[in-house]
Write a protein that binds this ligand. Structure first.
Ligand code: NI
Ligand code: MN
Length: 229
């Protein structure tokens, strides 16, 4: 069993049954709803980054240096981190998978734009991704990153136990499209993310739950809240 903790926005920590600690999309210090600051993050083994926008990436370099974690992302984003002095990185690309000690990670397509926060001349601009994790205990977790609803999500059907989906609208899918993503993916459990961080992405997660209906269990977390998966 693994424990998934939401820190607000798209930032989660996953602690696997074998004790590996993985953080997704680290944005804590400037995140108005985060439950912890970057300094308070304990040990981390991996940091998975969907794309380089500040609200997914701002604390990545700091946390990688602080914890010695390996940054896993697209090739270009990892190269940018290494240019900033991060020692351990694992570059990948969309559609590719790699077996890590804690399980398999595949980069999934996401439809979104892709500059990297801090990359002044745009030399490391890259595509955005999501992540499909197959943990050693067989549990499968999909973190969609920032994305529109895309028909590619239909290819995930039968491969996902827990889906983390943005519902904030404006920059990503809103509740209606996220509910259609649940139809496409057919996860057992879905956790909404990327909403209620600031006014522009204010949403009622109970409305999302109503739209999903009986198709999946919707787990609405508060920042700092956890779910065993
Ligand atoms: Ni973004
Ligand atoms: Mn975002």
């Amino acid at each position: 069993m693994s424990r998934l903790t939401w820190h607000g926005h798209s930032c989660f920590t996953l602690e696997t049954g074998d004790g590996t600690r993985i953080m997704f999309d680290p944005w804590l210090d400037e995140n108005p709803v985060a439950d912890i600051r970057a300094d308070a993050v304990g040990e981390l083994d991996y940091i998975l980054v969907s794309h380089g926008h500040f609200d997914h990436f701002a604390d990545c370099v700091k946390l990688a240096k602080q914890t010695g974690a390996t940054v896993v992302s697209t090739f270009e984003l990892v190269a940018f981190c290494q240019k900033q002095g991060v020692e351990k990185g694992h570059g990948m690309n969309i559609g590719g998978a790699h077996k890590f000690p804690f399980g398999r990670v595949k980069l999934t397509p996401a439809l979104h734009t892709g500059s990297i926060d801090g990359d002044e001349d745009g030399a490391f601009t890259t595509d955005c991704s999501g992540f499909l994790l197959t943990l050693n205990d067989g549990r499968r977790l999909y973190h969609a990153g920032d994305t529109a609803l895309i028909t590619d999500m239909q290819l995930l059907r039968g491969q996902v136990d827990v889906a983390l989906l943005p519902i904030g609208d404006n920059y990503t899918m809103g509740p209606e499209d996220a509910a259609r993503a649940v139809e496409f993916i057919e996860p057992k459990t879905v956790v909404p993310m990327h909403y209620n961080t600031f006014d522009l992405i204010r949403q009622d997660p109970e409305e999302f739950r109503r739209l999903v209906g009986g198709r999946a269990t919707v787990e609405v977390l508060e920042p700092g809240g956890s779910l065993d998966i």
